[in-house]
Design a protein around this ligand. Sequence first.
Ligand code: NAD
Ligand code: TDX
Length: 365
Amino acid sequence: MSNFTLGDQMRKFKSVIVTGGAGFIGSNLIRYIFEKSGFEGNVINLDKLTYAGNPYNLSDIETAFGGKRYFFEKADICDMNAVKVIMEKHSVDAIIHLAAESHVDRSIHSPEEFIRTNVMGTFSLLECARNLWKDRTDVLFHHVSTDEVYGSLGDTGYFYEDTPYDPRSPYSSSKASSDHVVMSYFHTYHMPVTMSNCSNNYGPYHFPEKLIPLMISNMLEEKPLPVYGDGKNVRDWLYVEDHASGIWSVVTKGKIGEKYNIGGENEWENIKLVNVLCETVAEFSSKDKDYYKKLITYVKDRPGHDRRYAINCDKIKKELGWKQSVNFEEGLKKTVKWFLENKAWIENVKSGSYKDWVSKNYGNR
Ligand code: NAD
Ligand code: TDX
């Protein structure tokens, strides 16, 4: 059934593992696969449920497809035995790998877990896939990576797929290492792999430690809004569902052994973004337009803070026909609305009280 002919035909898989499926992008990707991709096979969400993983994020999918086409497997990607058992049990023919430690600030304070999960975990998955798939060509390992591997830009220029790697934080260096290991499996063992490197995502289920959800969450509690340094660092923002559709395009149509940049073509200085966010939250909370701006507080800069990221994503647009579908104004409104309607979710993930629900529903598997 698997079909690797490109052109008009798309690759089809029967049983896809999404690692890190209980996290921000993973949960949005799984929802996209079930609701928008037309995929007819099974999805296995393999997640360790760290502080960032939350099965609540997919309770709608669990209700609709759980035990039929959606399966949750609690496991650590570094545990080769567990991964092997899960891959065999579900006859997996594709892996979309998102599981990672993902927060730059945490990587500065505690880098070890980033090297373990992001580097060793990726290696462990690749080894399991190599041992089980052997020289099959009707399988795929898709690695989800970041624009941060390319380093930091000045006022001009863009990251292209062939921009040399220049990672500068423990997080980005761990992602860069894993990118190289993934590509080495293509060159050395001919494993069918693809990769995507995406810019900053935003949207529902974003953990409130990252800029946009942290600012919204702090506004709701009327707490200070910490802007690092001079606030003029620039990020390129993409709505998370557009990242999901980009990943799916590469998984189903991307050239084997190649990487694709995915970006919003939507650059914002942090301070300008925080101001717009203040206005958007004020609008939805029926407050004066400038009400939340008084909370903006400049704080000490992040060590090694990359100045500017900007993605050139012409390749995925031209070769695979992908494009962004949500403009920033619309995306920000959808995001703010979601957070205001889901205050209990913010409380739960911040307090960790959902862990009780996890152990009740998933035990210690
Ligand atoms: P996240 O922190 O929200 O989610 C990570 C998920 O991985 C969690 O569910 C967590 O439980 C799981 N996980 C962590 N360690 C694990 C382990 N050892 N075994 C199994 N599961 C484990 O992250 P995110 O923002 O959704 O990012 C997902 C992926 O996308 C990451 O690989 C990240 O590098 C990449 N990425 C993120 C962005 C962004 O803006 N957030 C942009 C580009 C690329
Ligand atoms: O409180 C804050 N104040 C602030 O000024 C936080 C949390 C961030 N910032 C700044 C730092 C960055 O310039 O905002 C910008 C965005 O910060 P984050 O949300 O932490 O994202 P970033 O460091 O850019 O990394 C994100 O995008 C690329 C994801 O967390 C990564 O996983 C992804 O690979």
